[in-house]
Design a protein around this ligand. Structure first.
Ligand code: HEC
Length: 102
């Protein structure tokens, strides 16, 4: 799980740095690397029905929000990089897909 989160921070970092300098967003890279993890790992607790901490992350599955709503992305990035999110003990996608013992 920690590895997955580190990977996510690694993926967002460069995209983030790039958008800080220019409005050109690497949306292909975002869709390939960031979106699936955000969707699988975060949206379970941050969606329109369950807005943990008042946060709905579904709108942020759209890479356009990187430019439109940088303040929120900074918060998201910080949470991931600091290891605060996802909370400890939350199984990652890999765990959920693992075969259960019979
Ligand atoms: C098990 C449920 C759960 C998962 C999974 C989860 N969160 Fe959270 N999140 C919470 C709760 C509960 C809070 C509010 C309490 C807090 O801030 O610690 C929160 C708060 C937040 C906040 C707002 C913090 C603030 O200071 O306003 C952000 C941003 C956030 N989460 C991002 C994420 C991201 C990004 C992921 C995926 C990597 C994620 N969360 C995964 C439960 C979850």
């Amino acid at each position: 799980m920690r590895q997955l989160v580190a990977l996510l921070a690694l993926c967002i970092g460069p995209i983030f740095a790039a958008t800080a300098k220019s409005p050109a967003i690497d949306s292909a890279s975002f869709d390939a690397n960031v979106k699936p993890i955000l969707k699988n790992t975060c949206s379970g607790c941050h969606n329109p029905t369950l807005t943990s901490g008042g946060v709905n992350l579904l709108p942020y599955l759209d890479s356009a929000t990187l430019a439109d709503d940088r303040a929120s992305w900074e918060k998201i990035y910080q949470k991931i990089e600091s290891g605060e999110m996802p909370p400890r003990g939350i199984p990652g996608p890999r765990h959920r897909q693992a075969p259960q013992p019979q």
